[in-house]
Design a protein around this ligand. Structure first.
Ligand code: GRF
Length: 238
């Protein structure tokens, strides 16, 4: 574990929050306590079920209370691209302020996007280098974008599954940290496949967070080890 103590953890949500719950519960298990400090759950949607779930369960069932914050993105229909750029930059600062007030600092903390439907600004990523991660419901680099499960299903692949990656400025393009395979059976429907993917996500995402908490994740320039211009994640022994 990092000598500085438990890893301050923020979770960004917009939807139902099942991954958020899986992560929070994982670190309440015997032997996992003290690895992370759940610092804050932030949502851009006031009525996100994730926020409701966090508030209800955090206060009643979770051992440790986790503060929640509602931070609307400020993006409105009909805004020009220039207006959106200004709003997104301001939002990055608003998020940084909120995270820092909860102890999630540049160089010390992990920010997990878990169904967070806001484009993350470069200023935010620069402030938290390699500290912002996200989960995608397909095996990247295949099927990036908003419909990873359905695109893989419609394509007819036999194996798919979630990917956790470092967030960079592209759409689902950052260094891959972990993946978990899910087989698609002949009798699977989109619904049954979604269930399988969610189940795999709930195993994969906490595991990835644990690797950060144990300081095992290192992002390296692959030109040093394999001649690619991509950065990749390697696991350190410790
Ligand atoms: C997950 O399927 C994740 O892959 C995608 O959004 C979904 C979030 O689900 N990015 P939940 O809110 O954690 O239930």
């Amino acid at each position: 574990m990092d000598k500085r103590g438990p890893l301050p953890l923020a979770i960004l949500v917009s939807g139902t929050g099942s991954n958020m719950e899986a992560i929070l519960r994982y670190f309440e298990q015997p032997g996992k306590e003290g690895l992370v400090k759940p610092a804050v759950v932030i949502s851009n949607r006031k009525n996100a079920y994730a926020l409701k779930r966090a508030r209800l369960k955090v206060e009643t069932t979770f051992k440790n209370k986790v503060p929640t914050a509602y931070l609307p993105s400020g993006i409105r229909k009909g805004m020009s691209d220039e207006e959106k750029a200004v709003v997104r930059k301001a939002y990055a600062q608003k998020m940084i302020n909120s995270l820092e007030s909860h102890g999630v600092m540049s160089g010390n903390g992990l920010i997990c996007g878990a169904g967070f439907m806001v484009i993350i600004h470069k200023d935010f990523l620069d402030h938290y280098p390699n500290q912002v991660i996200s989960i995608h419901p397909a095996l990247l680099p295949s099927f990036p974008g908003m419909k990873g499960v359905a695109d893989a299903f419609k394509y007819g692949v036999k194996v798919t599954g979630p990917t956790v990656h470092i967030v960079d400025e592209g759409m689902d393009t950052g260094p891959i940290i972990g993946q978990k395979t899910v087989e698609i059976a002949d009798d699977d429907t989109l619904d049954t496949l979604e269930d399988k993917i969610h189940k795999a996500e709930h195993e994969l995402y906490p595991w990835v967070v644990e690797q950060f908490a144990r300081d095992r994740v290192s992002v390296v320039d692959k030109s040093d080890i394999g001649g690619s211009d991509r950065s990749v994640v390697i696991y350190k022994e410790n």
